[in-house]
Structures are given as C-alpha cells and as structure tokens.
Write a protein that binds this ligand. Structure first.
Ligand SMILES: [Zn+2]
Length: 239
C-alpha cells in the first residue's frame, strides 16, 4: 500500500497520496502503444495538473534557466498549470496564443500562419496541437521561423511506438470516425515516433529526447505519476 504522501506534484509542490485517473473516454488510444499516456495517474488531486504539465514544469525548473533568464516565450494553447507557473516569472516576456482564445490574456493566433517576425522568440512551447492540424508541416515551419537561432522548444504530440508510419487518413472527418481511428474526436493523426522526429527535422529543428527515468530514476519518475515511457521532445534551432 502506498505511503500517505508517496507522490509529488511539481506544479503545486504538494506531496499527495495518489493521482486521479483520466476520466473514462477522455482519450481512447485503441491499439496504439503511446508514450506520455498515464491513464491511472493522469491528474493531480489538488491543482488538477495533467501528467504532461507535471513533466514540463519539472523539466523547466530543473533543466533550463527559464524561470530566471530574461527570455521571450511563445506558448501555443497554453496548459493552465504551466501558464500559471510561467506567469510568476517576471523575467519572461511571455506570450500566450490560441486559435480560439478563452481569456483576454491569450492572443488569437493561427499556428500555421503566425503574424510574428522571423526569430521573435527564444523559447516556443507547442504541445498537443500538431495532431489537430492537417498541414502540420506548415505549422512546424512557422514555429521554426519565429524561433531565434539558439532557441529551443517543447513540442509534444500523441505518439505511438508500435507503428512505423504515422497513421492518418483525410477521408476520416467525422468526430465519431476520428475517435474510432485516432482516439480523440479532434485529432487527424497518430504519429509514429521516428516519423514525428523526421518531420521536425525536415523543417530544420534538431530534436533531443529528454527521459526523466533515464536521467534520474524510475522511482523518481513514478513519484511524479509518470512512467519510463515518457519523453519530452525538445527542439533546437542551431546556427
Ligand atoms: Zn498539483
């Protein structure tokens, strides 16, 4: 039986007895074997941080100078708990954008047609967006264009390790069919791991994988409600 405070949420900094599972039907990955999918430990019981938000905040605080450096950040469709953390960083020039902004602090932007000049941002965060976009290459080229040389970003997607090529079919258009095919009504594909990396590399990014279990330990990973299959896809724009 787990100890009273066996788990830890990097977003709210609380030690907790358990994480809450993702609601049934939230995402149905069919036969895909996914990275970054922790159905039993999906959500923090206190701050509601998703598993991926906990990994982002962990990475940003321990492996980057984001919370201290004077840098500009573009955050596409910002995850609430990551935004809350970055909002506390007065060192940042922090811009949030979404196709359909839900609050006045988020700008209305189309990731396939960004209105920012080339090399506008040191850091670009774009997670769980590209799988919703038919022309994901156009979005990737835009994200690369607005990133400064020497900049970096986090780019996450639903990603399967048991398929060779990304699974997508433009004839699959209804919410029901998309749920059946890809696991979610808004998605237009499930990425294959190597193909996803190649797509990012094809627009110019250098891709680096960050695996918390390899860097620290499986015990430390489980404490955050994460697993050894969780990877961050860190992109770099080299000179
Ligand atoms: Zn929390």
């Amino acid at each position: 039986m787990a100890h009273k405070s066996s788990y830890y949420c990097p977003c709210c900094k609380n030690h907790i007895s358990q994480f809450v599972p993702w609601p049934a039907g939230f995402f149905e990955p069919q036969s895909f074997k996914l990275e970054n999918w922790n159905p039993k430990t999906g959500i923090c019981s206190i701050c509601m941080a998703m598993d991926r938000e906990r990994l982002y905040v962990w990475f940003m605080e321990r492996e980057t100078d984001l919370v201290r450096a004077n840098v500009s950040v573009l955050h596409i469709d910002p995850e609430k708990n990551v935004k809350n953390r970055l909002d506390t960083c007065s060192n940042l020039q922090y811009v949030c954008g979404d196709l359909k902004p839900l609050d006045p602090w988020t700008k209305g932007i189309d990731v396939t047609n960004l209105y920012y000049e080339d090399q506008s941002f040191d850091v670009v965060l774009c997670s769980h967006i590209l799988e919703n976009i038919l022309d994901d290459g156009k979005a990737m080229r835009e994200l690369y264009r607005v990133m400064k040389v020497g900049g970096w970003g986090i780019m996450q997607v639903p990603l399967a390790t048991n398929i060779k090529m990304s699974f997508e079919d433009e004839r699959v258009v209804t919410p029901e069919d998309r749920t059946r095919a890809y696991g979610h009504q808004d998605h237009v594909r499930v990425y294959a791991k190597e193909d996803y990396i190649q797509r990012l590399e094809s627009v110019g990014f250098r891709v680096e994988l960050y695996n918390i279990a390899e860097k620290y330990s499986i015990e430390e990973t489980h404490k955050l409600g994460l697993s050894k299959e969780d990877n961050l896809y860190i992109v770099h724009k080299d000179a």
